[in-house]
Write a protein that binds this ligand. Structure first.
Ligand code: BTN
Length: 324
């Protein structure tokens, strides 16, 4: 039953995607349900963040047309023929959870994408607001033969990969906030959630979760920090399929180098994009607050803070800017 509803909604979204009006009767005939059932499906779609409105006598319409994620197009862009390497979902609880639950059966570099998440997860137990069709929600599976120790700094690498991909799309002025947020003009554009599984002394696998705001609906108001989306930065439509393909290609390439050489080859790139390099910052971890001048990162991905002429590495916590 739930699967049938999901297929029906997916058909409705495909029909509505062009941004034109479609009557309830037309949609009902198309998917084989009554007009009132259509009204219920539309209600659900608006609840998961799709900006649909209805006009009496004309039917339903999206506030702005959307280009849906397209598995074949992405596979074509990355030059991949293996259809099992990519899964594109309509609505899911969380792409990270999906990959995490299947980590040991998925091929190296497998990617799960979704149009919407009903339980998108951020770092430190936070919710990642995930409305339909307005962001990139992706998770990649990667196993490291070298185990845990070969993964130091992985989440920072992912930030660098996103920034590289954005640059290739012409968005050149993004910054990285340690440990792994992508910012534009001091507002958060993208977040990364890396989850790791494995035992000491053997392979370790990571779920690399990436969320990038593309064109968030105006109704989004649950985000508890300054944020921005790509369309507001570029003032033009963003091709999510192209950006996803670029990220997959860039990240896969970088992960292979990272497996052999660690974070060292990427340190200069990080420094170039470091939001707080040479700034006084606070590092907050639980009730502990350390301040110092931010001096970038080391090969293990630790934040370097200088205090009284001494530079020390720090592995945990969140940066906030020092207030006098
Ligand atoms: C953060 O708190 O900054 C990390 C956000 C990570 C969000 C992404 S969206 C795709 C993947 N699935 C999730 O549930 N979370 C990550």
């Amino acid at each position: 039953m739930r699967k049938k509803a999901a297929i029906t909604r997916s058909l409705l979204v495909q029909q509505l995607a062009n941004g034109e009006f479609h009557s309830g009767e037309f949609l009902g005939n198309l998917v084989g349900v009554s007009r009132s059932a259509i009204a219920n499906h539309i209600k659900y779609l608006t609840e998961i963040g799709l900006d649909v409105f209805s006009v009496k006598g004309r039917g339903y319409r999206l506030a702005t047309p959307i280009k849906l994620l397209d598995k074949n197009r992405i596979l074509g862009l990355i030059g991949q023929k293996d259809i099992t390497s990519l899964e594109v979902m309509s609505v899911i609880d969380s792409t990270n959870t999906y990959v995490k639950d299947r980590l040991h059966e998925l091929p190296q570099g497998f990617v799960c994408l979704a149009e919407a998440q009903t339980n998108g997860r951020g770092r430190r137990g936070k919710t990642w607001v995930s409305p339909f069709g307005s962001s990139i929600y992706m998770s990649m599976a990667w196993t490291f033969k070298g185990g845990y120790q070969s993964m130091a700094g992985l989440s920072l690498l992912v930030g660098i990969a996103i920034n590289r991909s954005l640059k290739k799309m012409g968005i050149k002025d993004c910054k990285l906030k340690w440990p792994n947020d992508v910012y534009h003009n001091f507002r958060k554009l993208a977040g990364i959630l890396v989850e790791v599984e494995g035992q000491v002394g053997s392979d370790a696998s990571a779920v690399i979760g990436i969320g990038i705001n593309i064109e968030l609906p105006n109704s989004v108001n649950e985000i508890d920090q300054p944020f921005v989306d790509l369309v507001s930065i570029t003032n033009k439509p963003v091709d999510r399929n192209e950006l996803v393909a670029l990220i997959i290609l860039t990240l896969t390439h970088m992960l292979k180098e990272f497996e052999n050489k660690g974070l060292a080859p990427f340190l200069a790139e990080w420094k170039d994009a470091d939001l707080f390099y040479n700034e006084y910052v606070y590092l907050v971890s639980g009730s502990t607050r350390i301040h110092g001048m931010s001096k970038g990162i080391n090969e293990g991905g630790a934040l370097l803070l200088e205090n009284a002429g001494k530079v020390t590495p720090h592995h945990g916590g969140e940066i906030s800017v020092r207030r006098a």
